[in-house]
Design a protein around this ligand. Structure first.
Ligand code: SF4
Length: 289
């Protein structure tokens, strides 16, 4: 990490000598919240829930981020590797979680690897879920493949201009598609299609790409739950939920392209009253709801 290139930004920050990267990450893992989560896709929550660890900072800068207190503003607590190992141990042994669900882990992969190695020596091991926006480098996935038993990756945009505008993520489309292809060949993949207001066409384009370039047998999770938050509150069209018409255009496309494995949220999930808002979650250990 003396010239960090873990994510597609390859910002080159010398994180070993006090610098913080574009994402905000420095020389110590920083966490906001950890605990069992029962709201993930069904295979991830069987037997004790998914042991989520929400890492502070993020390689994306989504104007609609529901986790802005820690993703944008870096709230949370620095944890040295032995403390991170104890958190993972707690999720496995005390909470009885089914897996370690690493939410936006990319800036901290070397530390997570070190923590996991300590636990392995003690016989503590769970499958890892690499829970990501999809903005990843294949080289990094290869390097840290033991942290990716499950790949829970988004395909958020099909147009780079949208990715730059809404998430400040240049090169997103090629990066996320390459990551999904890698996941299909090397892990148990779940591809999340979060339908964004005004961008339903891009969700459909991604489903078409998946069906033709990967397989329509890959599990997909089509989500209606987008809720305006943070900077999206004043940025049309991101300041509204997804319309029923938009959402149904995507679910119909999923059926037309022959996707049969996975999950399609009911449109009722677009109700802001039901939304999970990370902004309301406190830090530290606790269940995630
Ligand atoms: S993970 Fe963070 S520090 Fe590393 S290249 Fe990406 S933005 Fe820069």
């Amino acid at each position: 990490m003396n010239a960090c290139s873990l994510c597609p930004r390859k910002c080159g920050a010398d994180r070993t000598h006090g610098a913080h990267g574009y994402c905000g990450a420095g020389a110590t893992p920083r966490l906001f919240r950890w605990g069992p989560h029962f709201g993930e896709e069904p295979p991830l929550v069987e037997n004790g829930g998914s042991g989520c660890v929400f890492f502070s900072r993020c390689t994306m800068k989504c104007l609609y981020c529901q986790n802005s207190p820690w993703s944008w503003r870096g709230e949370g607590v620095d944890k040295a590797v032995p403390e991170l190992a104890e958190i993972l141990r707690e999720l496995a042994v005390k909470d009885g979680c089914a897996n370690w669900n690493l939410v936006s882990p990319t800036p901290y992969l070397p530390f997570i690897r070190e923590a996991a190695a300590t636990l392995r020596k003690d016989g503590v091991k769970l499958p890892f879920v690499w829970n990501s926006s999809g903005y990843e480098r294949v080289e990094t996935l290869e390097e840290y493949r033991e942290l990716c038993d499950w790949a829970l990756f988004d395909l958020r945009y099909a147009n780079d201009a949208s990715a730059v505008r809404a998430s400040g993520a240049p090169g997103y489309v090629a990066a996320a598609r390459a990551a999904v292809k890698w996941a299909a060949e090397n892990a148990k993949p779940i591809v999340r299609i979060l339908v964004l207001p005004g961008l339903a066409d891009e969700a459909i384009e991604n489903l078409a790409w998946l069906a033709t370039e990967v397989s329509n047998e890959i599990p997909v999770s089509v989500m209606a739950q987008y809720t305006p938050a943070y900077k999206a509150l004043e940025t049309p069209p991101f300041n509204r939920t997804v319309s029923r018409e938009e959402y149904e255009s995507v679910t119909e496309a999923a059926a037309d392209f022959g996707f049969e494995n996975g999950w399609i949220q009911d449109y009722a999930a677009a109700d802001p009253k039901l939304a999970f808002l990370g902004e309301n979650m406190t830090d530290g250990h606790g269940s995630v709801s």
